[in-house]
Design a protein around this ligand. Structure first.
Ligand SMILES: Cc1ncc(COP(=O)(O)O)c(C=O)c1O
Length: 424
């Protein structure tokens, strides 16, 4: 037994499944999850002293790599000034103003502690503002684990084959309508019949929870038009794609202005921070200005605000482009290898995110994603781990690049893939 196996055995006596978030348990790929000792730059080090090139990056946040020296130094200084005040601080305004500057339609925003809180609060605002109940979401999009969204969500739920979760009352999800992703016709038909009851459509415009799947331009534009026409709000869930799909997030890809947007992951630089915000007209419904209630003891935490601010000011357009180029090099290399070894693989990238499916045809929605070869993925995942490459432990997850990844890391990754493709 190695140390990770020993620690996993201990953890299973403490946490359900040995983990504090399901996908960490490696259920989709088998084997024991690695217990991480520390992380620096592009690398993870496990408790057995193995080093891995990390493309999970804590599921997206670590865009400058792990433990960036300057970010760490600022966070250390912030900690000595007190770790939580429960009262307003300048650190919140600084990060908030920076977000407003980067994301033009964030006229007003609120800081929360997780993506789950952000999406849950955004739909509350939409329902409060429109005085309607129905929310439309798309199959395979994940918007966190609040009750209303646990219907045909992707990612961890897909990995564990839980289409819905016990414990979610039917009455709660009665007002959640699920439609197929990238299906403009289904959406249009639904709006024709029920448009006046819909409070909001929530979408991962660049979806990362059924693997990486980009929304078609026509589909995303249709969401914008149909919501506008019917008086519903368009909520873009950019918890994952924010500051990753493009410099400003997914809306930079489509050049569309949503009504509300949810951010997370990168905004906190590895600390628990998320955001919901958008047009002032909607956000002014939130308490104490309006009557839509939302609150949080640790929201706007000064240490977390510092980590987010210090991360985002270092993510310049130039840094972003460099990371994007590394993604391109890696993905081009993967496509070449897939061809050379006749592996039926789809390689997808958007900005600083990438993913791959073992599928002979492009993946456009959740159904396509489930049809990909998940057994082959599990095998490849294990063989890559043995070669020091850590990719997301499920084909339903996206992968990420950071500014700390070097050309040597990319080449080593491609060498590992080549060795694996030669033996599968
Ligand atoms: C698109 C999207 N929305 C919401 C969430 C939920 O965020 P959190 O895990 O911080 O609650 C996630 C998490 O991965 C996500 O990818």
């Amino acid at each position: 037994m190695n140390r990770s196996q020993e620690e996993f055995a201990k953890a299973q006596r403490i946490f359900p499944g040995g983990v504090n978030s399901p996908v960490r348990a490696f259920k989709a790929v088998g084997g024991t999850p690695l217990f991480i000792d520390c992380a620096k730059g592009a690398y993870l080090y496990d408790v057995d002293q193995h080093k891995y090139i990390d493309y999970v990056l804590s599921w997206g946040p670590m865009i400058l790599g792990h433990a960036h020296d300057e970010v760490v130094s600022s966070v250390q200084k912030a900690i000595t000034r007190g770790t939580s005040y429960g009262a307003p601080s300048v650190s919140e305004t600084m990060l908030g103003a920076l977000l407003q500057e980067r994301v033009p339609y964030l006229e007003k925003l609120r800081m929360v502690n997780s993506g789950t809180e952000a999406t849950m609060s955004a739909i509350r605002v939409a329902r409060g503002y429109t005085k309607r109940d129905k929310i439309v979401k798309f199959i395979g999009c994940y918007h966190g684990h609040s009750d209303s969204f646990l219907v045909q969500a992707g990612s961890g739920i897909a990995t564990l084959s839980l289409p819905n979760s016990p414990g979610v009352p039917e009455s709660v999800v009665q007002n959640t309508v699920t439609l197929p992703y990238n299906d403009t016709q289904a959406l249009t038909t639904y709006f024709e019949e029920h448009g006046e009851h819909i409070a909001a459509v929530i979408v991962e415009a660049v979806a990362g929870n059924m693997g990486l799947v980009k929304g078609d331009v026509e589909f995303i534009q249709a969401i914008r038009c149909l919501t506008k026409e019917s008086g519903a709000l368009m909520i873009v869930d950019d918890v994952m794609a924010g500051f990753r799909a493009s410099y400003t997030g997914s809306m930079g890809v489509y050049e569309i202005e949503p009504d509300l947007i949810c951010l997370g992951k990168v905004v906190g630089g590895g600390f628990p921070v998320a955001v919901f915000g958008g047009k002032a007209e909607y956000m002014d419904c939130v308490a104490p200005l309006g009557s839509v209630y939302q609150a949080g003891t640790l929201s706007g935490n000064p240490v977390a605000m510092t980590a987010g601010y210090e991360t985002l000011i270092r993510l310049t357009p130039q840094v972003f482009t460099t990371i994007e180029q590394q993604v391109e090099t890696l993905c081009n290399g993967l496509k070449t290898l897939a061809k050379k070894y006749a592996v039926p693989m789809q390689v997808v990238s958007v900005g600083t995110m990438f993913g791959f499916f073992f599928s002979p045809k492009p993946v456009r929605n959740f159904e396509d994603s489930t049809q990909a070869d998940h057994e082959l993925f599990a095998k490849v995942h294990q063989l890559l781990l043995e070669r020091g490459v850590y990719v997301a432990p499920s084909q339903y997850e996206a992968n990420f690049m950071s500014s700390a990844h070097t050309s040597t890391d990319i080449q080593q990754t491609l060498n590992a893939f080549e060795e694996v493709f030669a033996i599968i």
